[in-house]
Design a protein around this ligand. Structure first.
Ligand code: NAD
Length: 494
């Protein structure tokens, strides 16, 4: 427990919704704003600048000017490191404020905004800052009369478009490697949760990131997002969001200047529990904890649970005993582990999927309805369906809510085939005591991350991204630099 009186802090928190261009807060050129509402209790948090084409032009011009005069790209890596580490320190100093913005804006429990979102986001910025003065370029095998240098250079102006489910962390996954590599950045947060990104831009400036290097444009996808996708002076677009929008981003890149387009997209991850699972309690706890964490609004949530038929009853009995612990509560109460659904649109979509599960004949064992309606906020009870078939919508489509679908299997090869029978390929898991079976299964699963006998391990040191329609890039780890750098070969006559 932090000891902070969160409701009192929320009541006095000053929230600014203006954009951040060229090192300054500003209104949208059009003067338009949109209301930013809290899913916690339905209150209006701020009026936020509704950026459009003119703002995108201004932010890209500011980023281009900063890149061309080398005010950031020209700094020694050790200097960029110093600034980024200071930026991470400032995030820690403002930990409570950032966590509160995140909770109010998108509804996640304050305990996780503090311990997960701020913590991982600052660690990400720090890690890339720390990394950048430890990376060497290469000298290629060269003939005796020449020297071939292979060096990395920043791409230039990077546009990053991010979703609302981990607003600060998704921002950090782009900001860290993009800025460490020396690029200028224009970041468009989701219209559903733009507040923490705007605050990050102020902290970056305070830390010493020069004006124009990091710009934030709140606004709608179809306006600011589309203008970034089509912009002729953006060199690279790093997109995280739905597969549907990701396809449009790639098209926009092709239709404009063939900017590099990197996508991190949706998921429908499979969690396979075999009868010889070494620790059934651990498997149950991971399955339940991971699907309901962040209200199920996680791209890698294990939303399809394949359980070997012989242990299904034992598994479900233990699972159902855990579900009530995830009953939604007040996100500003540090005891709460499940918060609010981000907005009405998402709420309606999640409840619609629950109805489709009922209509298509799945057995509802827990939840299945809205909760805490008296709060004025948006909450869904943790929901569990048994008897799910592969052809049901709840087994095929990304729900992005606290809904678990249980499918029984008798043959592991068939379970793997079904696990792979999805356009997505973000994450998967297998639980078995037989290590060669585990390795064979992990190899067969078509996903960017596969867990064996656990679900939640994650670290900035390892890449994160998808196979198939879960995207074409990797965030995190040193591999992320591949997105934000060009490789240059320089031949030198000696
Ligand atoms: P979304 O695609 O609706 O929006 C994502 C971002 O794109 C927002 O900033 C939005 O304003 C913008 N956008 C929307 N339409 C656009 C357009 N036509 N042109 C340009 N920009 C546009 O997704 P969402 O609902 O915000 O996020 C949920 C999705 O994100 C889920 O599918 C989830 O799995 C995915 N996600 C993936 C990862 C990952 O790392 N793979 C991480 C988090 C979330």
């Amino acid at each position: 427990m932090s000891g902070t009186d969160w409701p009192a802090y929320a009541a006095r928190l000053e929230i600014k919704g203006s954009a951040f261009i060229g090192g300054e807060r500003c209104d949208a050129r059009s003067g338009l704003r949109f209301d930013c509402m809290s899913p916690v209790d339905g209150r209006k948090l701020a009026e936020v600048a509704r950026c459009g084409v003119a703002d995108v032009d201004a932010a890209v011009a500011a980023a281009r000017a900063a890149f061309e005069d080398r005010r950031w790209a020209g700094k020694a890596p050790a200097e960029r490191k110093r600034v980024l580490v200071r930026f991470a320190d400032l995030m820690l100093q403002h930990r409570d404020e950032l966590a509160l913005l995140e909770t109010l804006d998108m509804g996640k429990p304050i305990r996780y905004s503090l311990s997960v979102d701020v913590q991982l986001a600052q660690n990400c910025i720090r890690w890339y800052g720390e990394a950048v003065d430890k990376i060497y370029d290469q000298v290629a095998p060269s003939p005796e009369d020449s020297l071939a240098l292979v060096t990395r250079e920043p791409v230039g102006v990077v546009a990053a478009i991010i979703p609302w489910n981990y607003p600060m962390l998704m921002a950090a996954w782009k900001i860290g490697p993009a800025l460490a590599a020396g690029n200028s950045l224009v970041l468009k947060p989701s219209e559903k949760a733009p507040l923490s990104a705007l605050r990050l831009a102020e902290l970056a400036l305070e830390a010493g990131v020069p004006p124009g290097v990091f710009n934030v444009l709140p606004g709608f996808g179809i306006e600011a997002g589309r203008a970034l996708g089509l912009h002729m002076d953006v060199d690279c677009i790093a997109f995280t969001g739905s597969t549907r929008t990701g396809k449009q981003i790639v098209q926009m890149a092709g239709q404009s200047n063939l900017k590099r387009a990197w996508t991190e997209l949706g998921g429908k991850s499979a969690n396979i529990v075999c009868a010889d699972c070494p620790d059934l309690d651990a498997a149950v706890s991971a399955a339940i904890g991971s699907i309901y964490f962040n209200q199920g609004e996680s791209c890698n949530a294990p939303s399809r649970l394949f359980v070997e038929a012989s242990i299904k009853d034992a598994f479900l009995e233990r699972a159902l005993a855990l579900v009530p612990r995830f009953a939604p509560g007040d996100p500003l109460d540090e005891k709460t582990v499940m918060g609010a659904i981000v907005d009405q649109v998402q709420m309606k979509s999640v409840l619609g999927y629950i109805e489709s599960g009922k209509e298509e004949g799945a057995r509802l064992l827990a939840g299945g309805a809205a909760a805490r309606e008296e709060s004025g906020g948006l909450y869904v009870a943790p929901t569990l369906f048994d008897g799910v078939r592969q052809d049901m919508r709840i087994a095929r489509e990304e729900i992005f809510g606290p809904v678990l679908s249980v499918l029984a299997f008798t043959d592991l090869d068939e379970a793997v085939r079904q696990a792979n029978a999805t356009p997505y390929g973000l994450a998967a898991a297998v639980w078995t005591a037989d290590m060669s079976r585990a390795i064979r299964t992990a190899r067969a699963l078509r996903a960017g991350t596969v867990h064996v006998n656990q679900y939640d391990n994650d670290d900035i040191t390892v890449p994160f991204g998808g196979y198939k329609q879960s995207g074409n890039g990797r965030d995190k780890s040193l591999h992320a630099f591949d997105k934000y750098t060009e490789l240059k070969t320089t031949w030198i006559q000696v």
